[in-house]
Design a binder for this molecule. Structure first.
Ligand code: PCA
Length: 220
């Protein structure tokens, strides 16, 4: 698709494989959307390493280089059945498995002396409504975990705290159908469904500068 250098940038990030997997659907989804234009914004996709610390170094470089208007980071959440719009990032790294550089931090803050948590600045309720209206299995998630995805989400919101008008957040996506087939009993979604869902979510995020008051809550 032709792109114009004058359009504001929508920065999308994904991750490569980790934890013994051979693929990561977040990489496939962001590559598929790279270069497309959504609501007058040009999508630039960047891949982050599944490595504590290094992931944030690459993210900060991308923020400086692209000066995006909107930033959405995407990662794989194996075991989840729905696309998860993450509500909150917490200031802790607690790795159940080693990252791709063999590091496994336990109970270490993402940012020393940072606040306990940051909320997403994406209009996740509006996104939830639009994605569900298009039959994309979607939910609001109350926890992005304590591995590299939460680390990136927290680091992103910390980096954006002084960038007025630049919004950002994190979306977890399930295994692709192909991956799920390798993990009996685990849910998955076709990559095409996830690409379409993320496109709708991004479009909605750009259209809504304030969120809707509809429930996305949970009892647990
Ligand atoms: N998912 C991991 C890190 C990279 C990814 O795609 C997570 O949920 O933390």
């Amino acid at each position: 698709m032709p792109t114009s250098p004058d359009l504001p940038t929508l920065l999308l990030t994904g991750f490569g494989p980790f934890g013994g997997h051979h693929a990561n659907p977040s990489q496939t989804v962001v590559r598929a959307l790279h270069g497309s234009v959504i609501d007058g914004h040009r999508v630039s996709a960047v891949e982050l390493p599944v490595v504590f610390g290094a992931a944030l170094t690459v993210l900060r470089q991308a923020l400086r280089r692209h000066r995006p208007a909107l930033v959405v980071c995407i990662g794989q959440a194996g075991g989840r059945a729905n696309i998860s719009l993450e509500r909150i990032a917490i200031n802790v790294d607690d790795a159940r498995i080693a990252d791709n550089a063999a590091a496994q931090p336990v109970d270490v803050p993402v940012i020393r002396c940072g606040p306990a948590a940051y909320f997403t600045s994406l209009p996740i309720k509006a996104m939830l409504q639009a994605m569900r209206a298009a039959d994309i299995p979607t939910e609001v998630s109350q926890s992005a975990g304590t591995f590299v995805c939460n680390h990136v989400f927290y680091g992103l919101m910390h980096a954006l705290r002084r960038r007025k008008g630049v919004r950002g957040g994190f979306i977890h996506i399930p295994f692709s159908s192909e991956q799920a087939a390798l993990h009996p009993g685990q849910p998955g979604l076709p990559v095409e469904t996830m690409i379409q869902g993320i496109r709708i979510g991004l479009h909605t995020a750009l259209q809504h500068t304030s969120d809707l008051a509809i429930t996305g809550g949970a009892e647990h």
